[in-house]
Design a protein around this ligand. Sequence first.
Ligand SMILES: [Fe+2]
Ligand SMILES: [Fe+2]
Length: 336
Amino acid sequence: MIRAWEINKNNCYMEQTQSVASQKTNARRAEMIENGRYSYQATLATAQKVNWRIEDIIGGDKRLDFSKPFMPESLARVEPLDFLRADEKRTLNQIRGAAYLGIFGLVEEFILPFVLDHARPQLRGDDYRVRALLQFAGEEAKHIHLFKRFREEFERGFGHDCAVIGPPEVIAQAVLAHDPLAVALTILHIEWMTQRHYLDSVKDDQSLDPQFKSLLKHHWMEEAQHAKLDTLMVEALAKGRSAREIEAAVEEYLEIGGLIDAGLKQQVGFDLDAFTRATGRKLNEEEKDQFGRAQLQANRWTYLGSAMTHERVLATLGSLSPAARKRVEEVAPAFC
Ligand SMILES: [Fe+2]
Ligand SMILES: [Fe+2]
């Protein structure tokens, strides 16, 4: 970091003092804006501080440990499947981890073009806005790469194919065909979801593979800024719309949720196939049924319910329209 005295070393003492004072004032102002309402300036400053490199997280001696679970039990929900042995539960947990990598990689592929499209029309406006949104897009491009790198490591160590829903470009096209406000709400949902996954379920779980936990931690660190920027995007896209138009966009957000839900049903089938291949265990019809129901609900909570009940998602919805918040609150229990 360059200090004020280094920048101003050829100037007089008074100028240096004023520069330090004005930097402090700017920082304070940014914090104040941050406390009342998110700001592009404060979010950009935090993003630059927490920025990390993929090489520091995976590769070399940083390897996945397949003797440990990858996902917290509150998301994996393998324990209720009491017909499975402990090692089979761990294998299923790791398959859910592989799906998490694939599904996050996939959603990031529609977030990236959406953020770029949102930034593009106002490149000459607020400089902090432009830089914060481009930082956001750059981080999502890095996350796509990060999830791919973890998938490669996973496949190398696991030794069996684990299919994931897709292809990403087809899902991106289907999502991006919706009203931009509905897409921004979906992205808001995803950003707060990652916050909840890490803080509520991962952070204090000491049983998880440290490498997978590190992935979730580093993703959470950058997603914290995305959640704030997406709140600002939602506010910008909702500006000037009538209550009826807001509610129509929220219906489209729920339609995108339906699309994700259909994908999750398919993913449960893929996970069962991967489980059968990896363990050689053939489940009977009753066990398959139990597996399918429990895992669908686990996936629904992971990717839908944990966001639809998130207080920040609900607060943003409520600020747009109390009826929209109520609508989501009524639908959410089906995904918990
Ligand atoms: Fe991300
Ligand atoms: Fe993000």
